[in-house]
Design a protein around this ligand. Structure first.
Ligand code: MTE
Ligand code: MO
Length: 372
């Protein structure tokens, strides 16, 4: 059993698949803290968790022509300036279960919890690449990452990001060895993972073994044959994966975590809570909440840390405390966020449905009954 050495997990996690392990925190725990505790941070594994010895661990950085390759121990990596940044990580499949309700899709049934936030620390990828002699070039180039997790045929998890993002110090791409002040937990990439602020979770390669600069994107299945968006009319007979770009920055997203769908609430007052985030460092400027299915709206209060312009890597938690309109037997609560490019979420799922169930970011809707 290749999964026999997988770590023990927190019992509060909602498990979507045991082998490989995929799980999300329940909504009420997800927004209890601005920083998600490591033990309930959502976990997205495609393969068994490798058991790596930090003493013998080496990160291989393929050098530039004329530069030199590096084989870095954990101590070597710690000698680079330590950089710390709070980043929200979201899987492209977050909220896929709502797409399934429109029409069947292929993938794990994530609800609203395939997203979490941590304070990551490590070496900046730009500093490490510079030491290996890499610099910005005029031609298109990509930084390819390979994990030390692999399937029975020996194929490792892999992904890539554009070289320009990797070399931009303002993009704050990390080779992280700490998560919330602790060594990375095994499920989250121990001892070293990539953190790419503002970019889809799939590029944050865990258990990092190898970094190289190539003229093409990673040839990994997960870069080329997955994590791409398509029109609702594209099916498995007609899909042409080469025709769509790989997902990098994600669109604006928000969801309600309290109350939950199907719940019964007291009349009087209701507190609506949730999260909002956008990709590419775009800040959330507003979250609108409706109690009547989208007829009328009120702006929620944004909690959590202020976001830096163009570097809004982490989510905002939000809440709205409002009287329940008298005589109301039920509420159709809706939320939608706006980012600083004035991007908005689509109102329904059907027009953004796609066969892989990714990029599910329609208005989030929750139906509750009111006790008279
Ligand atoms: N890296 C490796 N090596 N193997 C993986 O299966 N999954 C990716 C990414 N990095 C994955 C990986 C995906 S799809 C996501 S969404 C994030 O890791 C999830 O990170 P987390 O488990 O720390 O939440
Ligand atoms: Mo993912």
């Amino acid at each position: 059993d290749p999964y026999a050495e997988d770590p023990v997990r927190h019992p509060a996690l909602k498990v979507n698949s045991q082998r490989p392990f995929n799980a999300e925190p329940p909504p009420e725990l997800l927004t209890e803290n601005y920083i998600t505790p490591n033990s309930i941070f959502f976990t997205r594994n495609h393969l068994p968790v490798p058991n790596l010895d930090p003493e013998t661990y080496r990160l291989h950085i393929v050098g530039a022509p004329g530069g030199h390759s590096l084989s870095l121990s954990l101590d070597d990596l710690r000698k680079f300036p330590k950089h710390e940044v709070t980043v929200t990580l979201q899987c492209a499949g977050n909220r896929r279960s709502e797409m399934t309700q429109v029409k069947e899709v292929k993938g794990l049934e994530w609800r609203t919890g395939a997203i979490s936030t941590a304070r990551w620390a490590g070496a900046r990828l730009c500093d490490v690449l510079a030491q290996a002699g890499h610099q910005l070039c005029e031609t298109e180039a990509h930084v390819c990452f390979e994990g030390l997790d692999s399937d029975p045929t020996g194929t490792a998890y892999g992904a890539s990001i554009p070289l320009a993002r990797a070399l931009d110090p303002e993009a704050e791409v990390l080779l992280a060895y700490e998560m919330n002040g602790q060594p990375l937990p095994r499920d989250h990439g121990f001892p070293v993972r990539v953190v790419v602020p503002g970019v889809v979770g799939a590029r944050h390669v865990k258990w990092l073994g190898r970094v190289s600069v190539e003229t093409e994107e990673s040839h990994s299945h997960w870069q080329r044959r997955d994590y791409k968006g398509f029109s609702p009319s594209v099916d498995w007979d007609t899909v042409d994966f080469d025709s769509a770009p790989s997902i990098q920055e994600l669109p604006v997203q928000s969801a309600i975590t309290e109350p939950q769908d199907g719940q019964t609430i007291e009349s009087g007052e209701v507190t609506v809570k949730g999260y909002a985030w956008s990709g590419g460092g775009r800040a959330v400027i507003r979250v609108d909440v409706s109690l009547d299915g989208g007829l009328t709206w009120q702006a929620a209060e944004l909690d959590g840390e202020e976001q830096r312009p163009r570097k809004a890597w982490a989510w905002r938690l939000w809440q709205l405390q409002v009287p329940v309109p008298t005589g109301q037997k039920e509420l159709n609560i809706v939320c939608k966020a706006v980012d600083d490019s004035y991007n908005v979420q689509p109102d329904t799922v059907a027009p953004i449905w796609n066969l892989r169930g990714v990029l599910s970011n329609a208005w989030h809707r929750v139906h509750v009954r009111v006790i008279p």
